[in-house]
Design a protein around this ligand. Structure first.
Ligand SMILES: Nc1ncnc2c1ncn2[C@@H]1O[C@H](COP(=O)(O)OP(=O)(O)OP(=O)(O)O)[C@@H](O)[C@H]1O
Ligand SMILES: [Mg+2]
Length: 442
């Protein structure tokens, strides 16, 4: 692959987050923990990181996939990471001994303590963990805890305790503030409840990140110092919906496949992390909602509630429910996909055997509704029924011919002829071809 400029690996400037930044400043001044939530790739990590970096000494810690179901797995990994940063810190012996319940290698000569038997012992254990963190992090200004959606429940409860008690720390002010991120809708119920409690106690704020507005997308493209990038703002917005991860992936893909000077291609093949993320988002939809999304991808601009309810044999009531699910998941906005990348991924993932079937059902529903003949024809063609497409192509060609659009008319006659040949109607195909040839200057 072509060597990519550094700017597309990481945009040099943080764009379009002025409002969020101001809210973060405010929360910071009030000593609150900041939670950033939003869809995958929207820019949570970037904003959290840039903000933390602007505060002084900081550290980024992340939860990882796979930790969700193993008690204290996130906590132990992060604690080790923090300890590695300041290996000379001496923890009080009783604190060390409590920590050895989770990290046996921390036990001194007397070995780890016996298993806990009551609530008092559990409190002591949690207290020790809090103290260890307070002590180890004392020199830091900010800590980013990234991707809380992967955090295990025991760690989440511990974090709640730690964050809600921080006001009791005598040395408050040296203890770092936390900027935490998670993917919207992906938190475990326990983690969600912990965050809720912090917010209700006035100790935290949740800031929802939305995709970038078109103006910020323009600024982003301009900041990359790539020839031809700035002129792509409208296309980039339409294709990605303003999601910075998708934007950067699309740009990298275009650069690797030949540069931006030639403008935006007809079709950008969805690839990389963006594609995987969207696929996983689609997997979380209910089966009927996914079915509706698939139909929308095939019907394109013809997609409408009534049409969908007929083609999918769903009552308008249940269809409305599925549509609101799709809206809540930011897949559709009204009757449209929120951006073209989503559309492409949905379209590509439709089981091949289902595609012609849905096209045929769309074709006959649109035929009844007297939709534009070219549209009906296209669905018959994709439904692998060329003989049914032909009359619509001819009708469309006639209409073009009578409006003196000769070029368009001739092309449609040729398409009709090809369809007829495919269907084995050779004589008729020859007649239609002759009509195309009979058109002036075609
Ligand atoms: N406001 C912004 N200005 C410039 N670049 C940005 C902005 N937001 C995000 N980016 C860039 O877009 C890419 C994706 O952002 P980031 O990794 O922060 O998304 P995320 O929301 O954390 O995604 P995930 O849910 O996968 O963790 C990164 O390369 C990041 O530098
Ligand atoms: Mg992230």
């Amino acid at each position: 692959p072509a060597k990519l400029p550094l700017s597309v690996l990481r945009p040099p400037v943080l764009v379009g987050r002025e409002r969020e930044w101001a809210r973060m400043e405010e929360a910071w001044a009030e000593g609150k923990t900041i939670f950033l939530s939003g869809e995958p790739g929207v820019g949570k990590t970037r904003l959290a990181h840039d903000f933390a970096a602007s505060r002084g000494v900081h550290m980024v810690l992340e939860s990882r996939p796979g930790e969700t179901h193993v008690a204290y797995s996130t906590h132990v990994r992060l604690l080790r990471q923090i300890m590695a940063r300041c290996p000379d810190t001496t923890l009080a012996p009783w604190v060390r001994r409590e920590l050895s319940r989770l990290m046996p290698d921390m036990a001194g000569t007397e070995g780890p303590p016996p298993p806990m038997v009551d609530e008092a012992e559990r409190s002591r254990f949690l207290e020790a963990n809090c103290l260890a963190i307070y002590q180890l992090c004392a020199g830091m200004d900010a800590i980013v805890a990234d991707d809380l959606q992967y955090m295990d429940a025991a760690t989440a409860e511990f974090a709640l305790l730690m964050l809600s008690r921080r006001h009791d720390i005598p040395s408050d002010g040296v203890f770092p503030r936390f900027v935490d991120t998670y993917r919207r809708g992906e938190l475990t119920p326990i983690a969600a409840a912990c965050i809720q409690q912090l917010v209700e106690a006035g100790l935290a704020v949740v800031i929802e990140l939305e995709p970038l507005h078109s103006e910020a997308v323009g600024t982003l493209l301009g900041s990359l110092e790539l020839a031809g990038a700035e002129g792509l703002a409208d296309n980039v917005m339409r294709y990605t919906g303003g999601n910075p991860l998708f934007i950067m992936e699309a740009l990298r893909h275009l650069l690797e496949s030949g540069g931006l000077e030639r403008g935006w291609p007809e079709h950008v093949h969805p690839s990389g992390r963006g594609r995987d993320l969207i696929q996983r988002r689609l997997e979380r939809l209910s089966a009927p909602a996914l079915q509706v999304a698939r139909l929308a991808a095939l019907a394109k601009t013809s997609f409408a509630l009534e049409l969908a309810s007929e083609v999918l044999e769903m009552t308008p009531m249940s269809l409305a429910t599925h549509l609101s699910e799709l809206e809540a998941a930011h897949v559709l906005r009204g009757e449209r996909f929120t951006h073209d990348l989503l559309f492409d991924v949905v379209r590509e993932a439709i089981p091949p055997s289902l595609v012609p079937l849905l096209h045929r059902r769309l074709a006959s529903a649109l035929e009844q509704r007297k939709a534009a003949p070219v549209v009906v024809a296209q669905h018959w063609l994709e439904g692998k029924e060329p003989q049914r497409a032909a009359p619509f192509l001819v009708a469309a060609a006639n209409a073009e011919a009578s409006a003196f659009r000769h070029m368009e008319a001739a092309l449609l006659y040729y398409r009709a002829a090809t369809a007829l040949e495919e269907a084995g109607a050779l004589d008729e195909a020859a007649r239609v071809r002759a009509r195309a040839r009979g058109i002036p200057s075609a």
